[in-house]
Design a protein around this ligand. Structure first.
Ligand code: NI
Length: 171
């Protein structure tokens, strides 16, 4: 397994729509394994393929808390098939927007359908952190970032700070 380079904003790959996976091949499974390794190394609780420069509909996540066993979930072609009208607010961050967090409003409960690494369909009901994480990662596959869900003012502040960080890192 390999730790891959995580793409940071404003990399254009983060704004592209990823393509569906037609067949679950060994290459796809190997990408998912590398993505999991990259996520744990970061460390983060979720990673979408766009974030490592691969435009395929693949996500990995592990939303377990420190006192729980690891719960690595790998999803191929995830699709939200139900969203509650009830809304929850949670603080989100993103490995592609380091050091910035913001409260994001999203549907509280969702149902997601995806293919597992055996190529069979699975459906998961999610609430709380897992629900927000799944929605955040599927957003990535559509070129959407968590900052797109917050006010333009807050987003502009984050983008300005990130540009400044990049300039300073280049010095
Ligand atoms: Ni993210």
């Amino acid at each position: 397994m390999t730790v891959l380079e995580i793409k940071l904003i404003p990399d254009p790959v983060l704004r592209k729509k990823a393509e569906s996976v037609k067949v679950v091949t060994n290459d796809i499974i190997s990408v998912l394994n590398d993505m999991a390794e990259t996520m744990y190394d970061a460390p983060g609780i979720g990673l979408a393929a766009n974030q490592v420069g691969i435009l395929k509909r693949l996500v990995v996540m592990d939303c377990s808390t420190d006192d729980e066993d690891p719960n690595l979930i790998k999803m191929i072609n995830p699709e939200i098939i139900f969203s509650s009208t009830e809304i929850s607010e949670l603080e989100e961050g993103c490995l592609s927007i380091p050091e910035h967090k913001s409260i994001v409003k999203r549907p509280s409960n969702i149902k997601v359908r995806f293919l597992n690494i055996q190529g069979s369909e699975e459906i998961i009901d999610a609430e709380g952190l897992l629900s927000a994480c799944i929605q955040h990662e599927i957003d990535h596959l559509n070129g959407v970032l968590f900052v797109d869900h917050i006010s333009r003012l807050k987003r502009d502040i984050i983008f300005r700070k990130v540009k400044k960080q990049i300039r300073e890192n280049e010095k």
